[in-house]
Design a protein around this ligand. Structure first.
Ligand SMILES: Cc1cc2nc3c(=O)[nH]c(=O)nc-3n(C[C@H](O)[C@H](O)[C@H](O)COP(=O)(O)OP(=O)(O)OC[C@H]3O[C@@H](n4cnc5c(N)ncnc54)[C@H](O)[C@@H]3O)c2cc1C
Length: 290
């Protein structure tokens, strides 16, 4: 099913994002976690591409499994990194032949150690160009990334919003945000997006923090700010995994509930392939929103 068909008035979506497991043992753990998350009947699931060094095949195999063996509505992430137009067309045909109807089209990050994204003469340099190509040649529901605190490379929020508009004009059907920890960023961003003429659904991406060092690293890469008060709370207990987990989960619970109460169209959970926090977060959300 195309994800945008789920976007009915007053109907919120709850979705989970996974990345392909790297080795045998993490795959075993992943299977157990996914089993638990399945019972929550997510609106859709999404599988990252290339992030953390995973391969195209890992992503596509997992997408095939979720879509065709588990019967879930699945979205395959895809980036322009190292891809010629021919390769992109081939990969999109492969997904189409698998019965996949949803793709999240992204640029991808610069290679490790570099702050500049390499020119891609036989392919594309921006997500908007990839979106335009896929929209013209294929029939997918297309998701794209949005940044409530602006993309880290963008000169200004206004430039980044212009880019978001380019992605929507090129054919993005809905948007999922980067993680953020202060809901004011999301609401202000939404207002600014509307002013730019962007009317598509912007689903907030929520990450339940389970590790202090990991969230600091993610924040540095993405440019998402960890509010001082949260940073302080986490720093004080950083050596105690259970305490970090409890604080992180409570933050995610409050943040999600506040967003939903104030009218957010759903929640996209960056599960980091773990089920416990995602299950507890989902259980905390009252039935009226589900
Ligand atoms: C929900 C979500 C899921 C993600 N999943 C993955 C994943 O699976 N795999 C992965 O590798 N990464 C993933 N990412 C990270 C993403 O690839 C990076 O944030 C990347 O740096 C930017 O990707 P983009 O698609 O937003 O790029 P773009 O929209 O192309 O933007 C990149 C930068 O270029 C600027 N820009 C765009 N067009 C122009 C133009 N014409 N002229 C000048 N400047 C321009 C933008 O303002 C921005 O600063 C994800 C991000 C999010 C929010």
């Amino acid at each position: 099913m195309k994800i945008n068909k789920l976007f009915l008035p007053n109907k919120k979506t709850f979705s989970f994002e996974f990345f392909p497991p790297k080795d045998y043992m993490t795959a075993v753990r992943f299977g157990i976690n996914v089993g638990q998350l399945m019972s929550l009947k997510p609106s859709f699931v999404s599988i990252t591409y290339g992030a953390g060094g995973s391969s195209r095949d890992n992503t596509f195999d997992l997408v095939d499994f979720f879509q065709n063996e588990l019967g879930l509505t699945c979205m395959a992430h895809y980036t322009v990194v190292g891809a010629t137009r021919e390769k992109i067309a081939y990969d999109m045909r492969t997904l189409q032949d698998m019965g996949v109807e949803n793709v999240m089209l992204l640029r991808g990050d610069p290679p490790k150690g570099s702050k500049v994204f390499p020119e891609n003469p036989d392919g594309f340099n921006y997500a908007s160009d990839l979106i335009s190509f896929v929209k013209k040649n294929f029939d997918f529901c297309i998701g794209a990334a949005a940044y409530p605190e602006k993309h880290i490379e963008a000169a200004s929020m206004d430039d980044d919003l212009d880019n978001l508009k380019r992605k929507v004009d090129a054919g993005a059907d809905f948007l999922v945000t980067q993680m953020f920890f202060d809901n004011d960023y999301y609401w202000e961003f939404l207002d600014n997006a509307v002013q730019k003429g962007i009317g598509e659904r912007i689903i907030p991406g929520i990450i339940p923090i389970t590790s202090y060092t990991q969230i600091k690293r993610f924040a540095e890469i993405s440019g998402a700010k960890i509010p001082e008060q949260i940073e302080k709370q986490l720093a004080e207990v950083q050596a105690d995994k259970q305490k970090v987990y409890e604080i992180g989960l409570n933050i995610a619970k409050k943040q999600s509930l506040d967003l939903l109460k104030d009218g957010a169209p759903g929640i996209h959970v960056f599960t980091l392939n773990k089920s416990r926090a995602a299950v507890e977060l989902y259980d905390h959300i009252p039935k009226i929103y589900k």
